[in-house]
Design a protein around this ligand. Structure first.
Ligand code: KDG
Ligand code: MG
Length: 402
């Protein structure tokens, strides 16, 4: 079965998505997700100019060899643009292989290790009482795990918090907006927010929190300790991701579990962290990390060291990668939890999916392959809109980690 075309589509049903379709001479095609929030066009160029021409005529069944060809065969390796491109091709080839077999993808990955995939959703509020309401609403929908993000007194806006009634979409402007950040206010208020929510909703629900890379090692250690009485499921990305050794300092001070990795794109970004047990959950997205082929390697390494997989799943991971995550999550022994922000009707109109969320758990469905169909007319109906993620500054103007 030969690859005859690699097509790349960009559409914006409420936010930008880059979708790849690999076509073959036997009429079977596969889908991949190459969305890189705020950098969509760079990926389009990488795929169209540097990947697609090399794949025409290659055997679509040779998934590992194609992965090696696109990774090892290339001098300029790694990086988000390269790895999400490889990831998209990899997902498409797995989709094709599973369609040829007439099986949902998880069957080719060894079959189900569990009946369904536990998902966590996002709850946010300007203050703790509103966050209690949002958490309760998520629990009423059936979620057993909820991420808490709160507004902070004295700050106009904060990561993960949208206006009431609106969805949170961070890449919301044609040029980067600027937000103000204040670490002391955050460190004082966040534990109190956790206390209020935990007291209101009881101890059975898992409560997660995303620090979004903003603390120093000692500040993160303090936050971890202060949150401990309220039993957080995890503290995510406490530090900027480059300084990996610093996580060991955080760990020696707190038993709050640590989740990192949504900006990682290679096993080389996490092999030492995993081997040194400096994290509890690995958050690499199935698309950003180089596809199913690469994620399975990471999961096997993680499993040796008691680290569980928790693939990144914000709305900027398209339903194609979300489907791949669900198949992956069903099949790996060391699955932890799956982030699921959900999609608005416009997105569901573009991507028809066999996977579904029922009462806080994800199910893959039985459609052969990934189980996603892409409506190509979305490119005209929902054209690309330039969108940037914000930047953050301290009150005195110092640029900070977003
Ligand atoms: O594009 C940026 C988002 O993917 C990121 O802000 C989402 O941190 C995130 C999360 O945990 O979902
Ligand atoms: Mg995050």
């Amino acid at each position: 079965m030969k690859i005859t075309a690699v097509k790349v589509f960009v559409c914006s049903p409420g936010r930008n998505y880059v979708t790849v379709r690999v076509e073959t001479d036997e009429g079977i095609s596969g889908l991949g997700d190459a969305t890189l929030n705020g950098r969509e066009k760079s990926v389009v160029s990488y795929l169209c100019d540097h990947v697609a021409p090399c794949l025409i005529g290659r055997d679509a069944s040779r998934i590992e060899d194609t992965w090696q060809y696109l990774y090892r065969g290339v001098y300029w390796r790694r990086g988000p643009v390269t790895m999400v491109s490889i990831g998209a091709i990899d997902l498409a080839l797995w989709d094709i292989k599973a369609k040829v077999a007439g099986l949902p993808l998880y069957q080719l990955l060894g079959g189900k290790c569990r009946d369904h995939v536990r998902a966590y959703c996002h709850a946010f509020g300007d203050d703790a009482p509103r966050l209690v309401e949002a958490t309760q609403a998520a629990m009423d929908e059936g979620f057993t795990a909820v991420r808490l993000q709160s507004g902070l007194r004295g700050l106009e806006e904060n990561y993960g918090v949208a206006d009431k009634g609106k969805r949170y979409e961070p890449a919301d402007a044609a040029l980067p907006r600027e937000m103000v950040w204040d670490t002391p206010i955050y460190l004082n208020q966040m534990p109190r927010v956790f206390e209020t929510v935990r007291t209101a909703v009881g101890e059975d629900v898992a409560l997660l929190h995303d620090v979004h890379h903003r603390l120093s090692p000692m500040e993160a250690a303090r936050l971890g300790k202060d949150l401990e009485p309220f039993r957080p499921f995890w503290m995510e990305d406490p530090l900027p991701c480059e300084d990996q050794d610093a996580l060991s300092l955080v760990r020696t001070h707190t038993t709050t579990p640590i989740a990192v990795g949504e900006v990682f794109n290679s096993i080389h970004d996490c092999n030492r962290l995993i081997a040194n047990q400096q994290l509890d959950y690995l958050r690499v997205a199935v698309s950003h990390g180089g596809g199913i082929t690469a994620l399975r390697r990471m999961a096997s390494l993680a499993d040796l060291h008691h680290v569980r997989m928790a693939c990144h799943g914000p709305s900027d991971v398209s339903p194609v990668a979300m489907a791949a995550s669900v198949h992956f999550d069903l099949s790996v022994p060391n699955f932890g939890i799956q982030e699921f922000m959900g999609y608005p009707p416009e997105v569901r109109d573009v991507f028809a999916c066999s996977h579904e969320l029922k009462k806080g758990f994800l199910y893959a469905g039985d459609t052969p392959g990934l189980g996603v169909e892409f409506r190509e007319d979305a490119v005209e109906r929902y054209p690309y809109k330039r969108a940037f993620l914000p930047v953050t500054r301290l009150r005195d103007g110092t640029l900070w980690d977003w």
